[in-house]
Design a protein around this ligand. Sequence first.
Ligand code: FEO
Length: 399
Amino acid sequence: MILTTTLSDGVFALSANDRRTELFENLWTLPSGVSYNAYVVVDQKCALLDTINSCSGGDIISVVENILDGRNLDYLVLHHLEPDHSTEIDSVIRRYPTVKIVGNKRTFDILRNYFAVKEENLLCVEEGSELSLGSRTLRFLITPWLHWPETMMSFEVSESILFSGDVFGTFGALEGALFDEQTDTDKYGEEMLRYYTNVIGKYNGMVVKSLPKIEATNAKMLCPLHGIIWRTNPGKAIEFYKRWSKLEPVNDAVIVYGSMYGNTAASADYMARRMADGGMRSIKVFDVSKTPISYIITEIWRARCVVLGSCAYNGMVLPTMQSLMDTIAHIPALQCKPLAIFGSSSWNGAGVKTLRCAAENHKWNVIAEPAEIMGFAEAAKMSPFDVLADKIVESAKSC
Ligand code: FEO
């Protein structure tokens, strides 16, 4: 069901929840679902800003018809074309065949790959272009790669409302609250960060580039395509993004291991204890075969040091660790974190060798010689892990 909420005179939020989809982008786990927003502005001209994924079970056309109350839809503004927001474009065009589709050059390059649109109905905007709807004006900000190359935002000038696309979005279905003052935003920020690190994290550099422009709007209301609308303290959402885009450490270390029979796991626990005894605080430890990767990526994002360990498996690392390494390879910002490597093996040391090789390929700063155990993790064999743990403690003090 799509719920309609009035944000201001003539400005409406359409919001829907999806608790059925298990994986966002068929990748990222959604234990609490996800929500979608679109917006409608009714003035002398009427505009729909983005659409809502039909998986949410709502019918956006009937909702828009209800708001427009017999009037025509003049504009469909497309801030972002990823299908979670764009699958209903065709329905909108069929219902409102004269609607002008507003986007930038890259929007239309992508749009033509999905829909047969009439060229004469495309209205191309650039950075700073304005679209007058009557008493309201939308000013466009081109924000490429937040999260696709065509991504843009629009700023409603008279009331300082920023329609921000995926930016400031989150995983998690709405639980009643649509506005920031209706929820605990610190708690809410956890899933917002998981969304940020996994969906937008690859383009962190573009976030850094775009944040001053977003901040300069002095928006009084932030309206993303997922999650709550920030109208009481929009500065908090911007502060989140500033902090996250700097990869500011919250925890001293994250240890992630892939272990078949418990020896790499035991080494992880052994090192974690020694690191804690050495003064490190907030050490997070994860079994990569158990914890979904998106949570691990988030913990790596906010750790001071990263410690990765794997047993050997078919001459490589455990495939679940390989999957994590492949995911990290897509997120350059993570490769700036100091890295330590450890593992276990029965005969050839392939786990550690593979991790070391991947680190070299990605030019990770490996802070010390890796530690490895052959066979059982026994007290008599643990001295290389003492040395590595001590080096990690030392390294954490200097970064
Ligand atoms: Fe919510 Fe990049 O789509």
